[in-house]
Design a protein around this ligand. Structure first.
Ligand code: AMP
Length: 291
């Protein structure tokens, strides 16, 4: 595995590979790699001739009072995990090499970036869309892999690639969870053992909502019950609980029986952002409406 720090160097290598007819898969991460990231890496390795993993804690996607400084950065372990999983190129840019002086060009996916997580994190998705555009341009990836754990991010990146005619195919990968239910996240290290045990309740609540959607329960009742179940978690504060069209993130009609009303309105996303103590966690499920 080759470690590359300079964007220009990686871009040259990837251009040369593509000229030779090779395929390149990209897995963008912020590091502190866990089994969720590894599932993306494995998929890329299985589908492409070469896999690039980027590890970069992107400052422009963090708000002023967020956890940029305390975000975990166990780089030696990340290197080990990448080697063990047959990554070809590990890209470790720095703020200086990636953004340079007077960086002033941003990518903003309108509307989709302002809802859900965008309400309390207004600059977050602009930062994500900008860094992902840069990474896709640098790696010239044929495919890029994103976890459905960050479902809104996955939909935003798909829209961005479509709108900007970027040639990369965006591959969504299922959420990897601990046996107890909690979705794996680098931020889970912020949770105490007790809070982590409590946080498993988020997945239990989502599973109940999933069953209710599949059974055809009215979506406003599904939403209310989901909120109620989440509030049973000790020290939980809801940031949002939302039911939306899983393809477009448009609102679903809560008051109607949960039947599909249009061709692309068949899958519902139930997404939540919850603070357990002072740790903000996101999770979701997708379920097909009963037809
Ligand atoms: P992050 O390092 O948190 O920016 O995540 C990098 C990529 O890994 C994103 O596409 C995430 O959605 C994905 N990811 C993070 N946690 C999980 C998980 N538990 N299951 C699947 N994918 C995940």
């Amino acid at each position: 595995m080759k470690i590359i720090k300079l964007p220009g160097q990686l871009q040259k290598i990837c251009f040369d590979l593509i000229k030779k007819g090779k395929t390149v898969g990209l897995v963008p991460t912020m590091g502190a790699l866990h089994a969720g990231h590894i599932s993306l890496i494995k998929k890329s390795v299985s589908q492409n001739d070469f896999t690039v993993v980027s590890v970069y804690v992107n400052p422009i996607q963090f708000g002023p009072n967020e956890d940029f400084n305390k975000y975990p950065r166990p780089i030696e372990n990340d290197i080990k995990i990448c080697k063990e999983n047959k990554v070809d190129f590990l890209f470790l840019p720095t703020n200086e090499t990636l953004y340079g002086k007077n960086f002033s060009t941003y990518v903003n996916v309108e509307n989709l970036s302002q809802i859900m997580c965008g309400v309390t994190r207004p600059i977050h998705f602009r930062g994500v869309a900008t860094v992902v555009t840069k990474l896709l341009n640098i790696a010239q990836a044929d495919r890029a892999y994103f976890g459905m754990k960050d479902y809104q991010q996955y939909i935003i990146i798909k829209k961005m690639v479509e709108d900007l005619n970027i040639r990369t195919k965006i591959i969504g990968c299922p959420i990897v969870r601990e046996k107890t239910g909690i979705a794996l996240s680098s931020r889970n290290t912020y949770l105490s053992a007790e809070a982590k045990a409590e946080a498993n309740g988020i997945y239990r609540a989502l599973c109940e909502a999933k069953k209710e959607i599949a059974a055809g329960k009215k979506l406003d009742a599904v939403k209310k019950n989901l909120e109620k179940n989440i509030l049973k978690i000790k020290d939980a504060k809801i940031d949002y609980v939302e039911l939306r069209n899983a393809d477009t993130l448009e609102p679903v009609f809560l008051s109607k029986p949960s039947k599909p009303s249009a061709k692309n309105d068949k899958k519902v996303l139930a997404a939540v952002a919850v603070k357990v103590g002072n740790v903000r966690l996101i999770d979701n499920i997708v379920e097909r409406l009963k037809s």
